[in-house]
Design a protein around this ligand. Structure first.
Ligand code: OOG
Ligand code: NI
Length: 423
C-alpha cells in the first residue's frame, strides 16, 4: 500500500472513530456533504477549481496536542509513515489570548500527494520551559509526568519507520499500522487524577488537556466545505450552537483566499476522575469540538501582508482594497497560480489552494473552546524573542527534520508545473 493510500485509510479510520465518539461530528459531515453537492450542482464550472469534488469530500484536518519535544519527535515519526511532514510554525503564546503552545502542521508536501489525499494534522506542543505560564516547580513536575508516559507503542513506531523507509507497506502490515495509529489518538477511558488535572487547569485548560492525562487524543476533525456561509446557516437551523463567527476573511465579492473556519462548542463528555483518597467518580470534560473550513487561494508573502492588514475588516473594505479578480491577484503577484494546458492546447492559470493554517484563526479556535483561557503568569515576563527556546529551529532540531516553509512549497509548485507544461 503506497503512503497516499495509508494516509487516506488513516484519515477515514479516524473519521469513523471520531463519529462514534462525538455524534455532532457526524451531523457536521452529513451537512457538509449536502452543501458540497448542492454547491457543485449550482456552480458546475467553478466547483472543482480548488480541488476535485472527490478530494474535497474526503478532505479532513485533525488536531492533536503533545507535551514535549520527545513526544513531538514520535508524532513526526508516525506521520512520516503516512507521508506527512511538518510545514509551518505557529506561535500561539503571543496570540491575543495566549495559549501555552507552539505548533506545526503535518501534511503531504508534493502536489501529487496532496491531490491523492491532503490529510493534515495541526500539532501543538506544550511550552513549559519559557517561564511564561508555569513556575519552575510546576514545569519540572509536568516534564516528569510527560516523560513517564508513552503515547505510541514500539510496534507502531517500527511500522511507521518502515512505511517511511519503503514508501508504503505490505497489505497486512498496513492494516495493523492504521489500526495502531488510530488507536493512539482515541480518547482514553483511564481515570484522571483530579488534583493534578485541576492544578494544570488553573494554569490553562489546554495544559490540563495535554499533560493532565496519560495519553493524547484527536480533539477535532474538520471537513472541508465549498460554501461555509451556507453550512453555518444549515447547522444553526438544525439547532447546533456554532461559535459566533466565521474566522478568517469575510464573505465578499472577490475570490476565496486562504482559509475560513467556524466551529461548534466543545461538548461535555463524561470522564472518570480519581480523587486523592482513591475514589473514582464521573465528571464532565469539555475538550473536543467540531470545526469546518473553506479553503481558498494561497497568497504570496506580499498578498499575505495585504491580507494581514485587512484581516478583521468588513467586506466593503475588502472590496475597496483587495483585488477582486483572480487575474489581478496573479498579475500583481499576490497569489499563487500554476499553468496547466487544456486538452485543446490552451494554457490556463489555475489557482493553487491554501493547504495551511492561520495563527489568528487557530488561536480563535482554541479560545472559543475554552471555558477559562489562561493568562500568562506575569506580563513583564513575556518571551524574550531573541533568547526564546521555542523557535521554529528548535522544533526542527527536536524532531530532527526540517520544518518546511509553506511559501517555499507554493512557490515551487507554481514554478515546476509551469516549466513542465511550457514547450
Ligand atoms: C488546534 C486549533 C487550531 C485550526 O484549524 O486552526 C486548528 C487545537 O485546538 O489543538 O485546528
Ligand atoms: Ni482545526
Amino acid at each position: 500500500m503506497p503512503q497516499s493510500r495509508l494516509r487516506a485509510a488513516f484519515a477515514a479510520a479516524l473519521s469513523r472513530m471520531y463519529g462514534r465518539e462525538v455524534p455532532a461530528y457526524t451531523t457536521l459531515v452529513d451537512v457538509t456533504a449536502e452543501v458540497n453537492r448542492d454547491h457543485a450542482r449550482n456552480h458546475p464550472r467553478d466547483a472543482e477549481r480548488l480541488g476535485s469534488l472527490e478530494r474535497v469530500t474526503a478532505e479532513r484536518h485533525g488536531a492533536i496536542r503533545v507535551g514535549s519535544e520527545t513526544e513531538l519527535a514520535h508524532v513526526a515519526a508516525v506521520f512520516a509513515g503516512f507521508g506527512m511532514y511538518p510545514v509551518g510554525y505557529y506561535d500561539l503564546r503571543t496570540a491575543s489570548t495566549p495559549i501555552p503552545v507552539v505548533s506545526t502542521a503535518f501534511r503531504p508536501t508534493s502536489p501529487a500527494e496532496l491531490a491523492r489525499n491532503p490529510f493534515r494534522v495541526f500539532t501543538s506542543m506544550l511550552t513549559t520551559g519559557d517561564g511564561r505560564f508555569f513556575d519552575a516547580d510546576l514545569a519540572r513536575r509536568v516534564r516528569r509526568f510527560v516523560a513517564a508516559r508513552r503515547l505510541f507503542p514500539d510496534e507502531l513506531l517500527a511500522l511507521a519507520h518502515r512505511a517511511d523507509r519503503e514508501a508504503g507497506l505490505p497489505d497486512a502490515d498496513s492494516r495493523r499500522f492504521v489500526e495502531l495509529a488510530t488507536a493512539a489518538f482515541a480518547l482514553s477511558r483511564e481515570p484522571i487524577d483530579r488534583g493534578w488535572y485541576r492544578e494544570l487547569e488553573a494554569v490553562s485548560p489546554v495544559a490540563a488537556d495535554i499533560a493532565g492525562v496519560t495519553s493524547t487524543h484527536i480533539n477535532h476533525l474538520t471537513p472541508r466545505v465549498l460554501d461555509i456561509d451556507e453550512l453555518y446557516r444549515r447547522m444553526t437551523d438544525r439547532g447546533i450552537a456554532m461559535i459566533d463567527r466565521i474566522q478568517g476573511p469575510p464573505r465578499w465579492a472577490g475570490p476565496d483566499v486562504l482559509l475560513r473556519q467556524t466551529s461548534f462548542r466543545a461538548l461535555a463528555e463524561p470522564r472518570a476522575f480519581r480523587d486523592a483518597d482513591g475514589t473514582v467518580s464521573e465528571g464532565p470534560v469539555r475538550v473536543r469540538f467540531g470545526e469546518v473550513e473553506a479553503r481558498g487561494i494561497a497568497l504570496t508573502p506580499r498578498g499575505r501582508a495585504r491580507y494581514d492588514a485587512l484581516a478583521d475588516s468588513p467586506a466593503e473594505t475588502w472590496e475597496h482594497e483587495f483585488p477582486s479578480t483572480e487575474r489581478e491577484l496573479d498579475e500583481q503577484g499576490l497569489a499563487y497560480f500554476e499553468s496547466v494546458r487544456d486538452a485543446d492546447g490552451a494554457v490556463r492559470r489555475v489557482p493553487i489552494v491554501y493547504e495551511d493554517f492561520l495563527p489568528a484563526s487557530a488561536a480563535g479556535i482554541f479560545r472559543s473552546n475554552l471555558d477559562d483561557p489562561a493568562a500568562p503568569r506575569d506580563d513583564r515576563d513575556s518571551p524574550d524573542t531573541a533568547r526564546d527556546r521555542y523557535t521554529a529551529e528548535h522544533l526542527a532540531g527536536a524532531i530532527d527534520r526540517p520544518v518546511h516553509d509553506p511559501f517555499t512549497l507554493y512557490d515551487q509548485q507554481s514554478r515546476t508545473r509551469s516549466e513542465r507544461i511550457t514547450p
